[in-house]
Design a protein around this ligand. Sequence first.
Ligand code: PLP
Length: 284
Amino acid sequence: RIVYVNGDYVPEADATVSVFDRGFLMADGVYEVTSVLGGKLIDFDGHAVRLKRSLDALDMAEPMSKDALLEIHRELVIRNDLTDGMIYLQVTRGAPADRDFAFPGPDVAPTVVLFTQSKPGMAEAPAAKTGISVISIPDIRWGRRDIKTVQLLYPSMGKMMAKAAGADDAWMVEDGFVTEGTSNNAYIVKGDKIITRGLSTDILHGITRAAVLRFAREAQMQVEERNFTIEEAQDADEAFITSASTFVMPVVEIDGAAVGAGTPGRVAKRLREIYLEESRKAAV
Ligand code: PLP
């Protein structure tokens, strides 16, 4: 695999960063994951805009223009012969001469790393046919979940808790309401209404979420952005998650209780189809 590190395309074995990198020492960095279908980037623009938003929120300068970033994404697709999969991008505050809590000055350049992950046939994931199960766990993350930082320890622990419980993933709950999944946004469906938590600093502003809600509204489906509880989700007709790597994925079980008929619902299946079709059309 050929990866991009600070201006160079190198074999992954030769890709290195400093032990003083603040991404490594302090999780002082942000990331994006853009999916690739048929060799084309899905919603690149959305990810580029959110990257800038994350960088701005942390007082980090943009390491390069959007066009330059697009060029690197495309180059990695070509060099790795990537058909279906993901491109991971990480920008950290770089590697100052020594470890220090204070941010380094502008002389320290950010570290920019991009690599590909091949997932042949990812749009036809078997889990989309069966649906996935989730457990609920308390949301004990920090208060700026709208910034896509590399501080992913608790979401990793959440996945492990799910695994230990025999489930596929976890939904996090704060003050009685679902915030989001460990690496995805959470939704329920009641009748024809799609319900998902509104945007705030409590959740990541999913790029897939924005696209799916737009497509849903364009298809005259009803969307309600509001909080919901685990109990309401268990009683809902359907549930699902969205993310760049899972697209729209039905959730058929929450804390051991079947949602609806316990099989992927009509609305989730339709949204997955619309999302894949429309985003393939708009891919760059
Ligand atoms: N919420 C969290 C906590 C995430 O980590 C992610 C994706 O990694 C999402 C939501 C979904 O965001 P997107 O649709 O941009 O992939």
